[in-house]
Design a protein around this ligand. Structure first.
Ligand code: ATP
Length: 381
């Protein structure tokens, strides 16, 4: 029987609750499709940092590297100053494992109510492909004369043709498997140097995909188009900062943070990819059973797709979507069941759901990602 080795970082706050629920669904999907998951818990996050003073050590990075994929719950705690875990753990792992592409689906599932009038399951199914290791997130810069009236902050932004090409190439490959449209989102009118590089890379890569259309939208204009007319987008490719922001907007459009999944994807397969819900540790609801596990379950479905297990990914996605459609509310006590019970419901549904039921019309992301993973999707630079 095929067995995948999965490292599980449950993390902090609601991280353990939603990860355990997602794992239930994942194991059920594996059982249904005839393979197994060998999971290993890895202790990382705020609790460990507060206990030991250590964020991430070389030994843990090496141990994670031996796995086929990493499943991450959430890390964070109000007692830890901002930046320590985000930079020292999440960004560090993305860089260490060359997870140069961040995949963030923005899909409204049937039966889920968007807070935006007019957004429906038929017109909201796009994917944000965000460059994941560069831009303003490289951390370079200085703060001189800090805490004085003469303080000067310089925050560097890095854009390389190599990482941009990897990201854009992946966006085109994905679009080719879907509705064949790529939109570059940037601020080429203000960030002229980085913007020019991005546009040139898109124009170059587009030559290899003549059947994929491409266009351009400014990041500020995207904040109008995405909620009001999501149907105009198929695959949106963008830099690290813009991707971070517009995919949170996307999360709201698709029903909230409890539903938004993501993958930190190593396109070449040279190190494990890491799958995590977009939300954080939500300390305000931790331990109450009020967290919606759908974002974690859909991230787990992306993980199955990234392992090339198309049928299992589709089953877990369909089961999650079908349970979501039954919830009276998408978060909190109004969901009618707690996080663990929802995990059990998703797992039970995995066994009898019709995976085609929620596959989506315009080329399912789960199917497309599985196919690219199976092809051993390598960037053509
Ligand atoms: P962190 O600092 O770890 O990012 P945070 O609370 O600042 O934590 P989020 O965890 O993203 O940020 O939470 C933002 C809001 O969304 C909170 O009110 C939280 O309760 C809510 N929320 C986040 N995830 C979920 C979820 N899975 N289900 C229900 N509500 C959620």
């Amino acid at each position: 029987m095929r067995t995948y080795r999965l490292a599980v970082v449950k993390g902090d706050g609601i991280g353990p609750e939603v990860t355990e629920a997602a794992l239930r669904g994942m194991h059920a999907a594996a059982r249904r499709c005839g393979f197994s998951l060998d999971t290993a818990d890895v202790d990382l996050g705020a609790e460990r940092y507060l206990r030991t003073g250590e964020v991430l050590d070389e030994g843990t990075v090496s141990a994670l590297r031996t796995h086929d994929a990493v499943l991450l719950g959430a890390v964070g705690d109000p007692r830890v100053p901002p930046g320590i875990l985000e930079r020292g753990l999440i960004v560090a792992l993305r860089v260490a494992f060359a997870q140069s592409v961040n995949i963030r689906p923005v899909r409204l599932y049937p039966g889920v109510q968007s807070p935006i009038r007019g957004v429906t399951a038929q017109n909201c199914d796009l994917v944000v492909i965000r460059e994941n290791t560069e831009g303003l997130y490289t951390g370079g810069g200085t703060l001189a004369h800090a805490g004085t009236p003469h303080a000067v902050a310089v925050q560097n932004s890095l854009t390389t043709v190599a990482a941009t090409t990897d990201t854009v190439e992946f966006a085109f490959r994905l679009a080719q498997e879907r509705r064949r449209r790529v939109t570059l989102c940037h601020k080429t009118n203000i960030l002229m140097h980085a913007g020019q590089l991005w546009q040139e890379v898109v124009d170059q890569v587009a030559l290899r995909y003549p059947e994929v259309e491409h266009d351009y939208v400014h990041a500020d204009a995207m904040c109008q188009h995405l909620p009001l007319d999501p149907g105009r987008f198929d695959v949106v490719v963008t830099d690290n900062l813009f991707g971070d922001i517009i995919s949170d907007l996307g999360a709201t459009v698709q029903g909230g943070l409890g539903l938004a999944a993501s993958a930190n994807y190593n396109v070449a397969g040279s190190a494990p990819s890491m799958y995590e819900p977009v939300h954080g540790s939500a300390p305000d609801i931790a331990g109450k059973g009020w967290a919606n596990p759908a974002a974690a379950a859909l991230s787990a479905a992306l993980c199955l797709a990234g392992l090339g297990e198309r049928e299992a990914a589709l089953c877990l996605e369909a089961a999650t979507a079908s349970v979501l459609a039954e919830l009276p509310s998408l978060a909190g006590p109004g969901m009618g069941s707690d996080t663990a019970a929802l995990g059990e419901r998703i797992a039970a549904r995995v066994m009898d759901v019709d995976p085609a039921q929620h596959a989506g019309g315009g080329g399912s992301l789960m199917s497309a990602l599985s196919r690219l993973a199976r092809e051993g999707a390598t960037a053509v630079i």
